[in-house]
Design a protein around this ligand. Structure first.
Ligand code: DC
Length: 248
């Protein structure tokens, strides 16, 4: 009798805990749609944690370069990625600014993984099923308690298909390239590459990300499409906060 009562209390407690878990917000979209800055602002407006899953793929590309593993060698990349996860050699840590810092082999690589060559490499390594499989549980572990905004390419389709709120954030290739170019120019005073090269890179990554065989970039069923081509950052974030408030 006491056992049955205890069991029903545990079940009721679990129900309350399950139903009151804070929402998971998934944001997917092409390169340069402003996902990172928007996800960070949205997370801060909601009091949620921001998880930039692209940083994981970028870190794998950097780790491969450091270890002399080719970006085309799926099995070797899979072994390397599993090793990074199992040994906690790849960590996303919250930073004081509300974003996150990325630590690889104990070093802060937050800025290094944004370099042009690593950006290209991240798209290549992310096409390998071995790499995606090795990063899947890590992403699910980080997000499962809810109260998170996860951004990437397959969050709403593969990582958390049952997320309470799913966004597909997009903008025209030209405006995405313009924003990325301006961002690079503002950071270093002069852009590393020309606007035309940035646009070519954006288009090339769109093809790679949408046409790869595994977990291609797709709008998830039930996703809310936000086209930020003609919207400011503030307008975009405000529109998304309103959608989360309505859905969650
Ligand atoms: O969002 P980003 O530009 O930092 O992502 C870097 C690369 O990683 C991008 O080319 C696609 C890939 N990526 C992915 O395949 N799946 C994710 N969930 C996140 C990023």
């Amino acid at each position: 009798m006491v056992g049955a009562l205890a069991l029903s209390i545990v079940l009721a407690y679990n129900n309350v805990v399950t139903s009151s878990r804070p929402p998971i917000v998934a944001i997917d979209g092409p390169a340069g749609a402003g996902k990172s800055v928007i996800a960070r602002r949205l997370a801060s407006a909601l009091g949620f944690t921001h998880v930039d899953t692209g940083a994981l793929y970028r870190s794998v590309a950097l780790a491969a370069e450091m270890r002399g593993v080719s970006w085309e060698d799926g099995p070797a990349l899979g072994t390397l990625t599993r090793e990074l996860v199992e040994n906690s050699s790849l960590l996303l840590e919250p930073s004081n600014s509300g974003g996150s810092r990325v630590r690889l082999f104990g070093n802060d690589v937050t800025d290094a993984i944004r370099e042009v060559s690593i950006t290209r490499g991240s798209s290549r390594v992310s096409a390998h099923p071995e790499v995606r499989a090795a990063l899947l549980d890590l992403q699910r572990d980080v997000g499962k308690a809810g109260g998170v905004v996860l951004e990437g390419r397959d969050i709403g389709t593969v990582v958390f298909p049952n997320a309470e709120v799913k966004f597909f954030l997009t903008a025209s290739p030209e405006i995405r390239a313009r924003r990325r170019y301006d961002e690079m120019a503002a950071k270093s005073g002069t852009a590393e590459i020309s606007y035309d090269e940035v646009l070519a890179d954006v288009r090339q990554r769109d093809v790679q990300d949408t046409e790869r065989a595994i977990a291609p970039l797709r709008q998830a069923p039930g996703a809310i499409v936000i086209d930020s081509t003609a919207m400011t950052l503030d307008e975009t974030v405000a529109a998304m906060v309103a959608k989360v408030a309505k859905r969650a």
